[in-house]
Design a binder for this molecule. Structure first.
Ligand SMILES: *Cc1c(COP(=O)(O)O)cnc(C)c1O
Length: 372
């Protein structure tokens, strides 16, 4: 990483470990599958997986095969679940790397069966059921037919049964109870068909911290590990922010009243103003929707952005900080002194969620790691 680059994403691995331990306690010590898809929500899958492996994560979850392949190259030996399934043509690779797809497609099951037969063993899958998320998974109405088809595939083992919650971010939402009831009924049908799934799981972070699902023996936290907010009802949790995003002041200048600022002059100074130019923009994942809405931290104080977010520039009104100077650190996400801008606050200014902010900032900027 070029240290001369002004913008940097910092990842606090100690905070990550703290959050993992909090999730572990909330799940009464039962096994956790750490979700590290999307390069660990922009935090770096390699470093995150290493730290959480040390912390005792029992399994890992990614979206796609190539993410899992790079974790295997690191030497990670734990089970890795592929949330987006896999191409049937990759069945042999899955078998050889010990990767476990969430299964929602019988063609993949048939390919895995052939791969298992060729290797003289059974290939594990987690059966994905759509209990009311309305995204992927077999529908409960087609479950019996699916189970009959799977029963004929002697080299595929249903090692897990899994579903995903649609409304868990709203803690008391009755839809989660409906989904759990549907899930329980489906699980019963799986067992009656003669399968003995070892793992039963439903919860993302919100489900894990918000509810108890007695049948489940595995949970899949993602955002909470990164110190994000699983939903409004979770502010009481002691989740520590893991990612911060910092830059430096590149120019300080005084402008007269009535000066139009940045493209479109979407901000016009009302009085003589002191402005700081900061070399961050939407190409760094700092969304244009933050125009005239966000704040940044300089010298431990909150100051407002003025004018449009450009591709590589933003401007802050630093009239409250007369001693501000070129080179001063600027915190766009994270803590400076007693002030903190958390992911959900930054996300709120852009009408989005912290998940998206983390993925964007983390993938657009050089990262460095603190703690261990
Ligand atoms: C991303 C994902 C998770 C993790 O969700 P968080 O809200 O980040 O905790 C869990 N399960 C599935 C199927 C997912 O796609």
């Amino acid at each position: 990483m070029a240290m001369s680059h002004p913008n940097q994403v910092r990842i606090d691995l100690s905070a990550l470990r703290h959050n993992f331990r909090l999730a572990k306690r909330a799940f009464s010590g039962r096994p956790l599958l750490a979700v590290v898809k999307a390069d660990a929500y922009g935090h770096g899958a390699e470093q995150v997986a290493r730290a959480l492996h040390d912390e005792g994560a029992e399994m890992f979850g990614v979206a796609h095969l190539r993410e899992a392949e790079s974790l295997r190259r690191l030497g990670l030996v734990q089970p890795i679940l592929l949330f987006c399934g896999a191409d049937p043509g990759d069945a042999g690779v899955l078998a050889d790397l010990g990767l476990v797809p969430m299964l929602f497609d019988l063609e993949l099951a048939r390919a895995l069966d052939a791969a298992g037969r060729a290797r003289g063993r059974r290939i594990p899958v987690h059966l994905k059921i759509d209990t009311g998320m309305g995204r992927v998974g077999f529908r409960p109405e087609e479950l019996d037919q699916v189970l009959a088809a799977l029963a004929a595939l002697r080299h595929v083992a249903i090692e897990g049964v899994v579903s995903h919650l649609a409304m868990a971010d709203e803690r008391e939402h009755p839809w989660s109870d409906r989904q759990y009831d549907t899930f329980a009924a489906c699980l019963e049908r799986v067992r009656q068909a003669g399968f003995q799934p070892r793992w039963v799981h439903l919860s993302n972070s919100a489900g894990l911290f918000g509810r108890e699902f007695p049948l489940c023996n595995l949970a899949r936290p993602g955002i909470s590990l990164y110190g994000g907010l699983p939903g409004e009802g979770f502010r009481h949790l002691d989740l520590k922010p893991v990612m911060s995003f910092v830059s430096r002041v590149a120019q300080v200048k005084k402008v007269p009243a009535g000066t139009g600022i940045s493209y479109g002059h979407r901000f016009v100074t009302r009085q003589e103003s002191l402005l700081a130019a900061i070399p961050v923009g939407y190409s760094d994942g700092y969304l244009r929707a933050l125009t005239n809405r966000a704040q940044v931290l300089i010298r431990g104080r909150r100051v407002p952005l003025v004018g449009r977010v450009c591709m590589n520039w933003i401007l802050a009104d630093v009239g409250a900080l007369p001693r501000v100077a070129v080179g001063d650190p600027v915190t766009l996400l994270g803590t400076d002194g007693s002030e903190c801008i958390r992911g959900d606050e930054l996300a709120g200014w852009a009408d989005t969620i912290d998940y998206e902010i983390f993925c964007l900032l983390g993938s657009c900027n050089p990262r460095c790691y603190l703690g261990r």
